[in-house]
Design a protein around this ligand. Structure first.
Ligand code: PMP
Length: 462
């Protein structure tokens, strides 16, 4: 039998054991399916809810991994994928286009702001970032500035797992010790993380010094050695860090002043997550390159995109156009493109971006209410349906919890017991599907309220 009898009606222990023996869950020790209580097998999803192999149903408060924007169980995406797979399952990433790839590229050029116009497809966020970094370097080389190779990122950010993306991610601890040396020329600056400002300054008196620090670094490094600055408009990895209003417009000006490309990584924030189609639209900033993944297909297919502005397309294009030295076999895979097209159709038809804006504002107000009653909540941050509660042992000292410590595990297990799946590492993240309704937010925040009370009791806040 094709599945070795490991079907949904097989005994749960057999499924868990087979998974533990053969399936390597990412960023996990092998066998965590049986050694850690918070690992489960998910078998079904509808809207904002998922069901595990034991029949327990949960509110999916992280949209899988920040990506099931249109919600689970959308039959029309599945049908669009089946239609395309029957018509043509694969074209050729470099020598032949397919209809869905052309359609999706045109739709993305239309949806993205400004003159973002040319789309390079790949399979996931890391590849989209990797492609952006290579495009940036080759762009400068083709323009006669091959010495522009450095990339500036923000500390605490996450841009992916491949070498370039990992090197451009602003988290060094634990990475260097296994995988170093990283790509040379990747530099980092502090994030606009006002709750724990590295410069010990306070907004607005600081006049957003953290963005001026990027220009200081550029000048120090010599601007004509820098290819790009990469940033998430709202950084999920930093703990849902929403920048002050001046930050991104000023960053755009700094990049322009020094001929440096601005790459905005909208892998999480794209496609309505923050209450606008793209988060950069909150500040009217158009990046030179935008990276997209996750919500592009809401997870129904692995697909990502690196969208470039016209001046970049001009360098690589035209009669004397230069080939990009970068090919990914699955880039523009037509079944994945068909999934993305059907997904974007739902997103627009059901006004889910507007829903994210409205329900996001409601969720944030509920979270502020929780914070006023829970001493373990040091800070509340969010934009649209991308929110976090920062957990502290003591509000006065802002002492954080150990990222992977027993306290955080306890909280996550308590939430799961009460019917909510999410993620926490110092911050408790809340980013449900964009189709969430008000009564589901009440249910979600009610459960978070109860779980926090248990958490505080267990860790003697009270
Ligand atoms: N960029 C950002 C902002 C991300 O959050 C992530 C993953 N969460 C990535 C890139 C990498 O995406 P992937 O895991 O699909 O490779």
């Amino acid at each position: 039998p094709a599945t070795l009898g490991l079907d949904q009606d097989a005994p749960l222990e057999a499924l868990m054991q087979a998974g533990a023996s053969h399936l390597w869950l990412h960023a996990s020790p092998i066998q965590t399916l049986v050694t850690q209580a918070d690992r489960r097998i998910l078998v079904e999803g509808r809207g904002c809810r998922v069901t595990d192999a034991q029949g327990h149903t949960y509110l999916d408060a992280l949209s899988g991994q920040w990506l099931v924007n249109v919600g689970h169980g959308r039959a029309e995406i599945a049908e669009a994928m089946a239609r395309q797979a029957k018509a043509l399952a694969y074209g050729n990433a470099s020598r032949a286009a397919t209809l869905p790839a052309i359609q999706l590229a045109a739709v993305l050029a239309h949806l993205t702001p400004g003159d973002l116009s040319t789309v390079f497809f790949s399979s996931g966020g890391s590849e989209a970032v990797e492609s952006a970094l290579k495009i940036a370097r080759q762009y400068h080389a083709l323009r006669g500035e091959p010495e522009r190779y450095k990339v500036i990122a923000r500390r605490g950010s996450y841009h992916g797992a491949t070498y370039g993306a990992m090197s451009a991610s602003g988290s060094r601890s634990g990475v260097d010790s296994y995988f170093g040396p990283l790509l040379s020329g990747t530099l980092s600056v502090s994030a606009p993380y006002c709750y724990r400002c590295d410069y010990r300054k306070t907004y607005p008196e600081c006049d957003v010094y953290c963005v001026d620090a990027i220009e200081d670094l550029l000048r120090y490094e010599s601007p004509n050695t820098v290819a790009a600055v990469i940033a998430e408009p709202v950084s999920a990895a930093c703990g849902i860090v929403v920048p002050p209003a001046e930050y991104l417009p000023r960053l755009r000006e700094i990049c322009d002043r020094h001929g440096v490309l601005l790459i905005l990584d909208e892998v999480i924030t794209g496609f309505g997550r923050t209450g606008k189609m793209f988060a950069s639209e909150h500040w009217d900033v158009v990046p030179d390159i935008m990276t997209l993944a996750k919500g592009l297909s809401s997870g129904y297919a692995p697909i990502a995109a690196t969208v470039c502005r016209q001046p970049i397309a001009d360098i690589f294009g035209g009669a004397n156009g230069k080939a990009i030295g970068h090919l990914l076999t699955f880039g523009g895979q037509p079944v994945a493109c068909a999934a993305a097209l059907a997904n974007l159709d739902i997103l627009q038809r059901e006004n889910l971006v507007r829903n994210a804006e409205q329900q996001g504002a409601y969720l944030l107000s509920r979270l502020h209410d929780l914070a006023s009653r829970h001493p373990s909540v040091g800070d509340v941050r969010g934009l649209g349906l991308l929110c976090a509660l920062e957990l502290v042992t003591d509000r006065r000292t802002q002492q954080p919890f150990p990222v992977d410590g027993p306290e955080i595990h306890y909280l996550l297990e308590k939430l799961a017991e009460l019917g909510v799946l999410t993620r926490a590492e110092g911050n408790l993240y809340l980013a449900p599907p964009l189709c969430i309704e008000r009564h589901e937010i009440d249910e979600l925040t009610g459960i978070v309220d109860t779980a926090l009370s248990h958490f505080e009791e267990a860790h003697s806040y009270l």
